[in-house]
Structures are given as C-alpha cells and as structure tokens.
Design a protein around this ligand. Structure first.
Ligand SMILES: NC(=O)C1=CN([C@@H]2O[C@H](COP(=O)(O)OP(=O)(O)OC[C@H]3O[C@@H](n4cnc5c(N)ncnc54)[C@H](O)[C@@H]3O)[C@@H](O)[C@H]2O)C=CC1
Ligand SMILES: O=C(O)C(=O)COP(=O)(O)O
Length: 600
C-alpha cells in the first residue's frame, strides 16, 4: 500500500494498528511495511479505551472484549480483525452502528480445533489426564485407569459446520458411528461424511457415547446442555467442548460428574476465561474425570500462521479502500463509501419518517401494508450517489425511517444486514434506481427522490388523519374525488455541508431541514395565511423557530383543479407539539387546507 504524501511534500503519519493479543508474526510482517504496528498485550479495559482513539485497526483473538464502550471511543477505527473464528467477544452490532467493519478468519484454525477435539476425546476415553498426573506423582495405577475405545462408539455432534464436519471425517477414520443435530446442516455434506442427522437434540443425546459441541455461542445455543439434557444421557457417555463455554451449564456438568450421571468430560473453553479461582469452572478443571485445556483449540503453529495472514491481509485491504474477503458485518460496505453515504443515510431515514408521519396511511401499526393499499417505494439516487458500489445503507435507512415512527424503536434493530428481510416481512416493496442526469446546475452533487406509489382506485385520501398511536397529527378540509394515478407522493432531498435538506414535498418545492417538530400546512397561496397560522400558534404558546414556504413545483403551476389559484406549503419549525384544538382551528377558509405535525 502506498503511503500518501501531503501537499507540502512531507509524508502523512502512517496509520496505526493495535495488536491486543498474541498474533503470529507472519501476518504482522505484512502490516509493518505500511503501518505503525503496536503490539500491546494484556491491557486492562481502561487502558485499552484510553489508547484506542489513535488506532485505525484493532487485531484481537478471543480474550479482548471489544465492547460498545470501547467502540464508541474508537474514533478512527475502521476495522476490528478477529484472528480466529468466534466473534462472540466483539459487539458486532455496535461496530456496525459505528461503521466499523469486523472481519474474522473463518477457516484458518478449523483443522486445529477439530484435531484438538479428537485429542480431548481420546484423552477422556483413556484417562490420559488422570494417568499423567498419577504417574508424575510417582504412582503406577494400571487397574484404576482402564479406559474405553473410540472404535464402534457413537459420536454425537451438535453443530455440523466447518469444525463439526472435520471432526466427523477424522472420527469416521477411527471407526466411529456418527450422528449429528444441526437444524441448518447441509444433508449432502453430512451424508458424504457418513453422518446421520437426528431431528432433535433429545434424539441425539440418548444415543451418544461421546457428545461434542461445535456451534457458535448464540441465544439458541447458550446453556443448551443443562441438567435436564445431561439426565437423558448414558452414564457411560463423555462430553467434549472445544466450542464456547456458555453452551454447557458448568454447575450441572459438575453435578453430573460427581453423581456418576456422566463418565467424563474434555473441556477447552469456559464461561469465564481464565476461570476465577474457586469458581465452578475451576472445580471442573480440578475434577479427576475431566481433561481440561486453557482454550487451546486454535493454538497450533499452523493455525496461528493461517489466521494471522488471513486477517492481516484483510486489514490491509480495508485500510487501502478495498473489500475484505470475510467481513462479519456490513459485507459490502467500504469505509470510504460509508463516509460518503453517512449524511445521505440520515437524509433517507428522515424522508422515510416524514413519509410515514405526513402521509401515514398505508403502513399499519404492525408495519405491514394494508392489502387494499399496497405501497411501492421508488428510491432514486441522482448524481455522484448513483456511481457508488452499494446503496445498502440507504435502503436500510429508508426501512428504518418508514417503520420507526410506528413501532417501538427498541423492538427493531434495523441495519444493512437485516433491512431487506424486515422490509419483505412487512410487505414494504422498495425499488432502487440510479440516475446520473441533471445535477451539474444544482448546488449539490447528489440528490435522492422517494416516490411512493399506492395502488388503489377509490377517492383521494392523500393526507389521512394519523391513526392513534402515531406521532403525527394531521387535519384537512374536505376535497373532491381524484384519480388513482395522482396517488404518487414524492419527497426529494439533498445534502449540503453534511446537513440533510428536503427540497420537494409532493407538488411543492422549497428547502427545509428535516429536524425537530415541524408543522406542515398546505394552503392557497394568498395573503394573510402566514399571519393567520402565526397568530393562532402564538395564542397557543407555540414558538416558531423557523419557517419555509414551498410554492408549487414548476411542472404543477396553474394545474387544472386548483380552485383559487396556486397552492403552497408552509413548513414551520416549532418548539413543541401542536395540540389537536389548534390543529383543527388552522383548517378553514381563512386558514389552511390541510395541516400535519411531524417529529424528525
Ligand atoms: N476452542 C477453539 O480454540 C476454537 C473454537 N471454535 C469454535 O467452534 C465453533 C464452531 O466453529 P465453526 O465450525 O467454524 O462454525 P460454523 O459456523 O462453520 O458451524 C456452526 C454450525 O452450528 C450450527 N448451529 C447453529 N445453531 C445451532 C443450534 N441451535 N443447534 C445446532 N446446531 C446449530 C450451524 O448450522 C452450523 O452448521 C464456534 O463456536 C467457534 O468459535 C473454532 C475454532 C477454534
Ligand atoms: O477461533 C476461535 O473461535 C477460537 O476460539 C480461537 O480462539 P483464540 O484465537 O485461540 O483465542
């Protein structure tokens, strides 16, 4: 990667990369040619938070807790690289929120983890740990330490992914009978590895001579092996865990070993690492029927070389503005693009929210379109925005903007990973279009148009009164019936100096900042309207912070059906919500045709 020189010829400082854990030097050597690489192991949480603002990349393994607080402090951070598989120590959601890419090495240590599983299986089968301690203590206990063979036994695998399948292939060579539980397993890969898939965990457990866990630690796998599950297993069964600590209830396992409900365990991972002294985990480690290792599954020279090179290459790619090969979040977004898109993300979210609050009719409180009012949204990007590789964040922002005003924001975590799915689930159809036309003469280089097309053929209901529970309130005077093709609603906006602006609302053009509480009034463009609205608000103690008037768009001026000349929109930024009585008072021959309040 070439290091840019500044305009006065001096070199700009090299980006800094923090290596917070022991990572193989093979990958670090790649980084050192272009970056300042700082290896600082064993930092406390506070120390890490203090220094993180200076770094553009952070490389970790499983020990560093990459929390939301740490990420919030990491002002320059573009990438968290996990030199290994599991990212349960990284708050991926927060990273996504801050636009930080998380990468891992999904295959580099798979073989190491699988071989370690087999090592623990053989060690538990043959009492290797106990026998080793015994002989080192000067004893010779041959009859106490008789083991069992793997050949002919049933190996039950939970999670038939990369590690699980590799374990299966090796165990097949040992002459074991293989069964697995994994609701998402690939049946042909399973069959090729001679694994029989069981329909439930319960079916699997009762047949297991050896049980081995190979799923990620997620909500559905946390505590999946507890007292109830252990009770269904054979007393001769042995359990292996080279995945993650939280998947087995450590207290239940200790109890099962003590009471003879289970014959032994091989454990590499613990709920808290390193385990606290005098904890359940430490008692498990000390147990004579347990063979334990300190999270060594990935600790081979070969695996460490693999994962180090893999993630360091990805760090170089990201810091050079290229795509990483194994991003855990935001798979297609580059940091540069994300920065360009960020103000537009805010704009599009506000446009979506404005649509729901101002027009509001077609998405119900559960978020789904009413069958009789199916709305399709066309999101058009014009100018420089149309040339970007991805617009995923804008799509996600629209979904978020449309849904947030009508759902509890806590219940919806909308991001670029799940937006498409959420939109589909809620019957929201979004078409994205790009256009490079017509931007040269404008004071901005890109703008976005949201057009909502609602298919229906009954009377015109452009501005519905908002339903109860919606943050918007809307009032209007009765209007004549109109045609279905006039149902399209248009919101257009642009970004200037990083601030979002709305430049068109339906038939009206005029600039305003979509922020705070806004009173939007449609009125005949005649004298006295502004004074009327201002005085009514004044009497109600509502302060006007700014105001913008939006006349009819040039294509719409003098359109047939405008009864009393042209119409205009009045957009007033107000300091508090406007009460229902005031809203009703605004409507009438003296006042306005229609009024709504939105909070953006
Ligand atoms: N101890 C160590 O040093 C190492 C540990 N690991 C851990 O091993 C685990 C497996 O890694 P990979 O095989 O690479 O992951 P993977 O993603 O390839 O496979 C995981 C499998 O679990 C299945 N699964 C997910 N939820 C499930 C559920 N509720 N019930 C049953 N199956 C479920 C998935 O369908 C998938 O097939 C991870 O937790 C990883 O962090 C990986 C490498 C080294
Ligand atoms: O890759 C994984 O998931 C591992 O658990 C390996 O962890 P480690 O890098 O050895 O701290």
């Amino acid at each position: 990667m070439a290091i840019p020189a500044s305009s006065n010829g001096t070199q700009t400082p090299r980006p800094k990369i923090l290596i917070a854990e022991k990572v193989s030097p093979d990958g670090l050597a790649l980084l050192q040619t272009s970056f300042d690489v700082h290896e600082k192991k064993g930092l406390s949480t506070d120390e890490l938070r203090e220094i993180i603002p200076q770094y553009e990349a952070l490389v970790v393994r499983s020990e560093t807790k990459v929390t939301s607080t740490l990420l919030a402090a990491a002002k320059k951070l573009k990438v968290v690289a996990r030199a290994g598989v599991g990212v349960d120590n990284v708050d991926v959601e927060s990273a996504t929120k801050y636009g930080i890419i998380v990468v891992n090495s999904p295959v580099g240590n798979i073989n190491a983890a699988a071989e370690h599983t087999i090592a623990l299986m053989m060690a538990t089968a043959r009492n290797v740990g106990d026998a080793c301690a015994s002989i080192k203590a000067g004893k010779w206990e041959r009859s106490r330490l008789v083991g069992v063979e793997a050949k002919g036994k049933t190996l039950a695998i939970v999670g038939l992914g990369k590690v699980g399948l590799t374990v299966a292939r090796i165990a097949n060579g040992l002459g074991m009978h293989l069964i697995a539980y994994d609701p998402y397993a690939n049946p042909s890969l399973a069959a090729a590895a001679s694994v029989t898939i069981k329909p439930s965990l319960a079916e699997l457990l009762k047949e297991a001579d050896f049980l081995t866990l190979h799923t990620p630690l997620i909500a559905s796998t946390k505590g999946m092996i507890g007292a109830a599950e252990l009770a269904t297993m054979k007393p001769t069964a042995r359990i292996l865990n080279v995945a993650r600590g939280g998947m087995i209830d450590e207290t239940a396992l200790l109890e099962a070993l003590n009471s003879g409900k289970i014959a032994g365990a091989g454990i590499d991972v613990f709920t808290s690492e390193p385990p606290e002294s005098d904890s359940t985990a430490s008692r498990l480690i000390a147990h004579p029927k347990v063979v334990a290792t300190p999270h060594l599954g990935a600790s081979t020279a070969e695996a460490q070389e693999n994962v180090s090179i893999d993630v360091c290459e990805q760090v170089i790619a990201i810091l050079s503005g290229e795509l990483p090969r194994s991003a855990v979040n935001a798979p297609l977004i580059l940091p540069e693009e994300y920065r360009t898109l960020q103000p537009f993300v805010t704009l599009v979210e506000k446009m979506g929210s404005l649509y729901t609050q101002h027009y509001s009719p077609h998405i119900n409180a559960s978020g789904s379109s009413r069958q009789s009012f199916r709305t399709t949204f066309d999101l058009t990007y014009e100018g420089a925005l149309a040339t970007l590789n991805t617009t995923k964040p804008l799509f996600a922002a629209l979904v978020k903007g449309l849904l947030t005003p009508i759902t509890s924001s806590d219940s919806l975590n909308i991001n670029i990973v799940n937006a498409e799915l959420l939109a589909k689930e809620r019957g929201i159809l979004i078409n994205e279009q790009r256009s490079r036309e017509n931007v040269e003469n404008k004071p901005y280089s890109s703008f976005v148009t949201l057009r909502a097309r609602t298919s229906r053929s009954t009377s015109h209901q452009r501005n519905f009164p908002a339903r109860s529970g919606s943050p918007a309130t809307s009032h209007r005077a009765p209007e004549p019936q109109q045609q279905a093709d006039q149902d399209d609603q248009v919101i257009q906006g642009f970004v200037s100096a990083n601030k979002p602006y709305i430049s068109r609302l339906d038939r009206f053009k005029g600039e305003f900042i979509p922020s705070g509480t806004l009173l939007i009034c449609r009125n005949f463009d005649s004298c006295g309207k502004i004074g009327f609205v201002g005085s009514l608000l004044g009497k109600a103690g509502v302060n006007i912070k700014f105001m913008s008037v939006a006349p009819l768009h040039e294509d719409e001026e003098g359109r047939e059906g405008d009864v009393e000349g042209n119409e205009a929109l009045m957009i007033l930024g107000v300091d508090k919500p406007v009460g229902d009585e005031v809203m009703k008072g605004l409507i009438g021959p003296e006042g306005v045709l229609e009024a709504s309040v939105v909070t953006l």
